[in-house]
Design a protein around this ligand. Structure first.
Ligand code: SF4
Length: 543
């Protein structure tokens, strides 16, 4: 999709809203949504996007034509799955900047931060807003509200090359402006203070403390960086910014493959980084790339298995290497030294490894969203996740990762839930993945409790001295605005509190006298209400 067609498809006009109102009326009278959409087809062809229906619904509720009705809104909503994990993700892109890495597979486009392409769906809003963090957050929140999604719990996902290689004053300004956009966002025309360009003075701690009680709270902050950038000093800095989750490019767990692909770090450095992040309570997402130069489907299978001894990431993104004309790998391909896997080879590989993923890990992606026009040779299908699901079904195999077991919007009966404690050993901690599971083995909520062992590295963060760590609390159910009601949704039956109590008692039984939680700025209040106190960078509680 070009930027122009993307804008055309997402622009609200009074004519489209008028048609959308007629469709909403039809649906309230019991007419099938698809039938009504086809009956009101657009003049140039095609049917109205569901975002327009939600905008019309909001307008009709506001002007009194309609009574608010959550189930009607559900019907009209586009892609409800986007908020089913209880939070809404807002992606923002940093400015074009070089990266210390020289990875041969990584595309370079001087208009973009390293590794991103200007027409990549997740990157387009960044380009459109000239990489301004404030404008990107505002625009995304406006769009989400138009789509009918609640925006009170926001996970901020900062993308762009290697975050840690940007100057720290830029990083602080960038994050502060994102907070300012969340703090001042009101859908009804309030613009906030738009005009602060890069380098203008910001007061991050003040903006963060305002966000604690804002109506658009930050419940997670994610950055992406390289393993060799993670040091005790970096951990402290990331906490200063409010970061809760780190995406780390591991790519391969074979030193030779890392070397010939010019990654510039070794496997030991990935292990060191993950141990440091774990010791500081961060959630860790590893990026893993099959089909690198020198790999084969067999070697990739063996490489993938290594993820689960020692590193044990909380989440993974599988990014099959894609051959792009603006990456150095292209020259290797021209010389006949590199050959991408076929789509079928890739499907076979991923269908083979997916069922081996432990139940504590969430698979976020199995392919990167690169427009197929950029792919020189090899897989061009961006629907690979669906292809893989179909193939797994055919072969009768299942994936039991967190994503595949999330309860989603289904109602849960709290009485029927079983408490499960999955214990696993990592390089530096005994981990407890404590979850509430439904009778059909779906996860209604979970806590990640980390009990550091004797190999846990020193972080220099005094809040964490001798403490067990809560790295994540996640309760599923449609993300609802405060005050809205959906009987039985998992977020509303106190599962979080019960999971925290369980974590306390497990930590205590292992001899820990205190427990610390890595809290996003907007969830501090939640933990303060549950017996935690403010430390320097964490919330802590004596047991
Ligand atoms: S470290 Fe990441 S962004 Fe930098 S060159 Fe390598 S893959 Fe690209």
């Amino acid at each position: 999709m070009t930027k122009e067609s993307w804008l055309a498809a997402n622009t609200l006009t009074p004519e489209k809203i008028a048609i959308a109102r007629r469709v909403v009326e039809d649906v309230t009278r019991g007419r099938d949504l698809g039938d009504s959409l086809r009956a009101h087809a657009l003049k140039p062809g095609g049917v109205l996007g569901k975002s327009f229906l939600v905008a019309a619904y909001n307008e009709m509720v506001a002007d009194g034509t309609l009574e608010a009705d959550v189930s009607l809104l559900d019907k009209l909503r586009m892609k409800p799955v986007r908020t089913l994990s209880g939070v809404t993700t807002v992606t923002v892109l940093t400015k074009p900047y070089p990266c210390p890495g020289k990875c041969i597979f990584c595309p370079t486009d001087v208009r973009m931060p390293k590794s991103y392409l200007p027409d990549e769906p997740g990157a387009m809003r960044g380009v459109e807003h000239n990489f301004d963090p404030y404008a990107q957050v505002r625009s995304r929140l406006t769009q989400l509200e138009n789509l009918g999604h609640p925006t009170d719990k926001i996970e901020l996902l900062i993308l762009g090359g290697t975050w840690s290689s940007y100057r720290r004053d830029y990083q602080e300004w960038f994050v502060a402006r994102c907070f300012e956009a969340m703090n001042t966002f009101k859908h009804e025309g309030h613009e906030g203070d738009k005009g602060k360009s890069e380098g203008s003075a910001v007061n991050l701690p003040e903006l963060q403390s305002t966000n604690e009680t804002s109506s658009h709270r930050n419940v997670g902050l994610v950055i992406e960086t390289r393993p060799d950038e993670i040091t005790p000093d970096e951990l402290r800095w990331l906490r200063h910014l409010g970061v809760t989750k780190v995406q780390l490019g591991a790519q391969s767990l074979d030193d030779h493959i890392l070397e010939i692909n010019k990654r510039g770090h070794d496997v030991a450095s990935t292990h060191r980084a993950v141990s440091l992040l774990r010791a500081a309570g961060f959630k860790v997402v590893l990026h893993w790339m099959p089909n690198l130069l020198g790999a084969t489907p067999e070697s990739d299978r063996a490489d993938f298995a290594k993820l689960w001894t020692g590193l044990c990431p909380d989440e993974i993104k599988i990014y099959p290497n894609q051959l792009l004309a603006n990456a150095e790998l292209y020259e290797y391909w021209q010389r006949g030294e590199f050959q991408p896997y076929t789509t079928q080879e890739l499907i076979d590989l991923i269908v083979g490894i997916k069922p081996t993923i432990p139940r504590y890990c969430r698979v976020n992606r199995v392919i990167r969203d690169i427009p197929s026009t950029h792919v020189v040779e090899g897989n061009r299908r961006t629907s690979l996740r669906q292809d893989i699901q179909i193939e797994m079904k055919k072969r009768g195999v299942h994936c039991e990762c967190v994503r595949c077991r999330e309860v989603r919007a289904k109602n849960v009966n709290p009485e029927s839930l079983r408490l499960d404690d999955l214990v696993y050993q990592t390089d530096s901690a005994e981990e407890h993945f404590i979850s509430f599971v439904t009778p059909d083995d779906k996860i209604a909520g979970f806590v990640r409790l980390s009990l550091p062992n004797e190999n846990s590295p020193t972080t220099g963060l005094s809040d964490l001295d001798g403490a067990a760590l809560i790295r994540e609390v996640h309760v599923y159910g449609q993300s609802l605005p405060v005050g809205a009601d959906r009987a039985g949704a998992a977020q509303h039956v106190g599962l979080g509190t019960r999971l925290l109590e369980q974590a306390d008692s497990i930590a205590q039984s292992h001899g820990f006298k205190r427990i610390a939680v890595i809290s996003a700025v907007g969830t501090r209040g939640y933990y303060l209400d549950r017996g935690f106190e403010r430390g320097e960078y964490y919330l802590v509680k004596e047991l």
